[in-house]
Design a protein around this ligand. Structure first.
Ligand code: COA
Length: 377
């Protein structure tokens, strides 16, 4: 935390000596028992369980129920829900060029207006919204290609139902399983910007749909939503392992960042990257891409260690998310909104937790502008 301040020209010096932390860095703004992000040791726990075990032995439905209720029920199920005519009409009004994140935010907003959700947000509302959003995003995925939405197969899980509604065909079970694993990995990550946004909105006693619209808005920003699509472009540009070293040195020489590496919190290998790498290894048709990715990863880690001594820059989740999302056949423009689908479980769990011990979130501000001026005569 810091007491430093940027005083505007002509402004009075601040008299408020309370600590100010830009970006709220280092400020503890909530207590939670949902997820632990242990950056130093490279651990991510949902309700105490490590992410690796949850991906290996769980499903997104079981993980979502775990995040919402704290109970582990491996048989839990979530199925895609049909979307209303009102939502389809709203999505049809959007330009086909609209970002899928904007479409998802719009759909959740319309859904919220239709549901008129009562305070206090609960697990039933969380289930309903989490089951709605994949159908809505898939509908827009078709509309933007000039195709009509298709009804969900209600026997599928959310990942399978998303793929089925996107393509209009029965999903490949292996692809659906891989996407389900991606959903688990993306479900929760502590008090990140979008989760904090959702908690702030819930803190005003606003409804769950409003909180998730705000969270989607926060996740849309490139500093948060990540860029697995850029990882894919990067590997495409590198092309072959022999070109990796020069490419990385040139990019760092130009002051660029290597996508898929580094993290604000993790100072060890991102456990989500490890889990998704394992998933990607199970996708036979991604073998060639993955072999290039693994070789490039080794080169990047070695060169970063040499060129950025003392900095601990390891592989992050985006690196292998790129492989999995590509492998299941999603177009890169839909990657960020697919991440938003995954994060529904964590967002809604935080809204429920916030509401259960609610306190309006209202930090203070240090005023650094002019004081006691008179308007010109
Ligand atoms: N490639 C090259 N250099 C990197 C780097 C990367 N991916 N990540 C960090 N660095 C370097 C910075 O250039 C900086 O070096 P300098 O001190 O010589 O200028 C140093 O490491 C610290 O950077 P900083 O931005 O302060 O670290 P951070 O921990 O706050 O950064 C990220 C976190 C995620 C913003 C950063 O690692 C990044 O931009 N990564 C690439 C984008 C990405 O993969 N995003 C998805 C994150 S899940």
């Amino acid at each position: 935390m810091t007491n430093q301040t940027t005083t505007a020209p002509g402004a009075t010096a601040p008299t408020d000596e309370r600590p100010y932390s830009p970006g709220l860095e280092g400020v503890v703004a909530a207590e939670s028992s949902i997820g632990l992000v242990d950056g130093k040791n490279g651990r991510l726990l949902y309700r105490g369980y490590p992410i690796g075990q949850l991906v290996e032995r769980g499903s997104y439905a079981a993980v979502a129920e775990l995040l919402w209720t704290g109970e582990w029920n491996p048989g839990a199920q979530l199925h895609p829900s049909p979307i209303s005519d009102g939502v389809v009409t709203a999505l049809r009004q959007l330009p086909r060029t609209a970002s899928p994140m904007d479409a998802l935010r719009t759909a959740v907003s319309v859904w919220g207006a239709e549901q008129n959700l009562p305070w206090i947000p609960d697990v039933e509302q969380a289930r309903a919204l989490t089951s709605f959003s994949p159908s809505a995003l898939a509908a827009f995925g078709r509309l933007r290609q000039g195709l009509d939405p298709v009804a969900p197969d209600l026997s599928l899980d959310l990942a399978g139902g998303f793929l089925q509604q996107l393509t209009g065909a029965d999903p490949d079970p292996a692809a659906a399983r891989a996407l389900d694993a991606y959903f688990i990995v993306g479900a929760e990550h502590g008090l990140n910007a979008s989760t904090f946004t959702a908690r702030v909105i819930t803190g005003t006693r606003s409804d769950l749909a409003s909180a998730i619209c705000g969270a989607i808005g926060a996740l849309k920003g490139p500093l948060h939503g990540g860029a697995p699509a850029e990882v894919a472009n990067q590997l495409h540009e590198i092309g072959s392992p022999e070109r990796a070293e020069q490419w990385v040195r040139d990019a760092i020489g130009r002051g660029e960042r290597i996508m898929g590496f580094g993290h604000r919190v993790y100072r060890a290998y991102d456990p989500r990257a490890a889990a998704l790498r394992h998933v990607a290894e199970g996708m036979a048709h991604m073998a060639e891409w993955l072999s290039l990715a693994v070789q490039v990863e080794d080169v990047v880690l070695r060169v970063l260690e040499e060129l950025k001594p003392g900095r601990i820059i390891k592989t992050n989740v985006e690196y292998y998310a790129a492989a999995v999302l590509q492998g299941v056949g999603l177009p890169p423009e839909v990657f960020p909104a697919t991440f938003a689908l995954a994060r529904h479980a964590g967002w809604t769990a935080h809204c429920i937790e916030q509401a259960a011990a609610n306190k309006l979130i209202r930090p203070d501000m240090r005023y650094i502008g002019p004081k006691d001026r008179d308007l010109p005569a």
